[in-house]
Design a protein around this ligand. Sequence first.
Ligand SMILES: Cc1ncc(COP(=O)(O)O)c(C=O)c1O
Length: 491
Amino acid sequence: MPVLSLNEDEREAAGRLLTAFFDDYERSIPRRPIFPAIDREVLSGLLTTPFPDQGIGVEGLFRVINQKILPNTTTLSHPRFLAFVTGPGNGIAPYADAIAATINQNCAVWQGGPVASVIEQSVVAWLAGLFGYGDRAGGIVTAGGSMATLDALATMLHARRPQFRQRGLQTADSPLVVYASVEAHWCIDKAAAILGIGLGNVRRVPVDDHYQMRLDALEAMIRADRAAGLEPACVVATPGSVNTGAIDPIATIADVCAQEDLWLHLDAAYGGLFVLSKRLHDAFEACARADSIAVDPHKLLFAPYEAGCLLVRDRTNQTRAFAFSPPIVTVEEDPLIVNYMDYGSQLSRGFKALKIWSALQTFGVEAFTSAIDHTLDLAQYMAELIEAQPDLELLAPVPLTAVCFQIKDASETDHAAALAQLNGEGTAFLNPVRLDGRHGLRACVSNFRTTRNDLDLIVARVAEIARGHQRGGRAYRVRASEDAGNHLIPR
Ligand SMILES: Cc1ncc(COP(=O)(O)O)c(C=O)c1O
């Protein structure tokens, strides 16, 4: 028996322990601490203990995982983990990921996994179809929205500058300029910095009082840049901004891009999959006019990390950027099967598309639409709860599922203390937000497990903290609890 294989008994034990692990975890989610009481001693031990010369075996591994790893994890799937934009993994995903690891396909060239290439194409084509992209569209499953935007801007550079592959941006040509709203995600800055566009050439366009990109400001910036001898190259619009869920006016931005000959990229990492909701369908209609779109199945398709996707309206732009023929691979063309190394930065790639495809197969598209509608309903409900509280106020409209609000008259420090209290006592994990210089709290309801009761609990608790704040004290003392949310202790 090769030393790195499991024998039959070990396989039986691993299967039994893994099934028990999956099952216990799923059952325990609502009772788990949202954020762990970090055990520094255990973490230091994990950091400094040398790997054993003689392995601890399957049972030993599961023991360490249950005793040391699991208690120090954050329960992102908890119904009251409402920070960032965090979709909890769907139920079939752990099994699909285990299958992907078992068959271990290399999705670089089709010979590394012919069916994997077809599954990835089917996922990409389905996503592209949601946005109204046609036959010429292409795309690739990525590690997330930031990576999709990075690859999108790389694609844009190759389309804009035919000599880009050879000469990069090391030319005497005018600097290229990228436009995104002040509310756009900083992955755009990061991509611009990595690709050599330079942060100095990223214009942050002001927003209106709905936090949507202002067209007049965009046009004025483009004019000013042209007048200064720069080359406007790309607008990144955001249908669903990370802070407030604001949907930039895609159709009119697309008109500007058409007039000005600019690439239009949509950072739809958060908002894009709301296209599945009939209520929001119209808001996404103009997406088909974008040159590229970044979406994030690890958000609203509830795939476990990592799963993003880049969609490109004309896939020849993508291959122009990424197709190389390194001498180490010989790849034949086959119209059925795609070599994904030609569509993105990676060569060796895992079979991420399987978990997306498996969930769509297992639950069906309608289940995702319902889950997404459920989060939209809950966000409206939370907004109503906040409006009904005299000491709380909404900071922004709630077009999607991000709810930004503040404790009236509270400072940044007060809000930070409220967050720490909510987290410390196990009520909820929210994040801080700053809008127009105003500080507050942000809850993003992107979990199909969250219920109205969870939101009742959170808003009531924040209102309590706010009343304590108005009285100049604290309404509750904090007790770190293993049993999240069930031990609010009135003073
Ligand atoms: C609008 C937007 N863009 C980009 C990102 C980054 O996505 P990822 O974390 O998948 O890289 C996020 C993350 O929340 C986002 O909301």
